[in-house]
Write a protein that binds this ligand. Structure first.
Ligand SMILES: Nc1ncnc2c1ncn2[C@@H]1O[C@H](COP(=O)(O)OP(=O)(O)O)[C@@H](O)[C@H]1O
Ligand SMILES: [Mg+2]
Length: 172
């Protein structure tokens, strides 16, 4: 079972995919090398789409970004910062994470690592990360999303503070 932290606080509401792009740009501008971002939320809430826009913000071709559901890890080294994109939905836990080389990537993180369904391997991670949870806005638009955030550790917490202050108003 996936246990979601109850410490999430509202970050912003996204009105459409342009809002997702704006969130991604702000994440890219506020990330420091070695950052770890965990993305949570049901299938179809826009985790992979956010990573595509993050890639674009780093100068990586967003069309190269594919859902890593089958290959589990994709690495993009031609951007402003190296980007590693993982999807650990199918993993049972920390042992499987080792099997996909997860710890190697974390140990050599010179850019940004993004883990979809990161809560699956939370216990395996150094406690220093930013976690975003996406959810469809229950009623109304099919494109609007609400984003909730929590963090752990000094790097993750400082990143969240920078993100909040850069986002300013909460409607993207
Ligand atoms: N505001 C939005 N932000 C992100 N994706 C959106 C938005 N509105 C609609 N979509 C669509 O929703 C789908 C999200 O899928 P995806 O990013 O693969 O989700 P996940 O990785 O969470 O399963 C995509 O088809 C995307 O085009
Ligand atoms: Mg996905």
């Amino acid at each position: 079972m996936i246990a979601l932290s109850d410490r999430f606080e509202f970050l912003c509401e996204i009105e459409n995919e342009a809002g997702t792009a704006k969130l991604a740009r702000t994440l890219a501008e506020t990330a420091e090398p070695g950052a770890l971002l965990l993305l949570s939320g049901e299938l179809g809430t826009g985790k992979t789409t956010l990573v595509k826009h993050l890639a674009a913000a780093f100068g990586i071709d967003p069309n190269a970004v594919r859902s890593p559901t089958f290959t589990l890890v994709h690495e993009y080294r031609d951007g402003r910062l190296p980007l590693v994109h993982m999807d650990v939905y199918r993993l049972e836990g920390p042992d499987d994470f080792e099997g996909i080389g997860g710890y190697e990537y974390l140990d050599h993180n010179e850019g940004l690592i993004v883990i979809e369904w990161g809560e699956t391997v939370l216990d395996a991670l150094d406690p220093d990360w930013l976690q975003l949870r996406l959810e469809l806005v229950p009623e109304g638009s099919e494109v609007a999303r609400r984003v909730w955030a929590t963090s752990e550790g000094p790097g993750g917490t400082a990143w969240l503070a920078r993100l909040r202050s850069r986002l300013g108003e909460n409607l993207l």
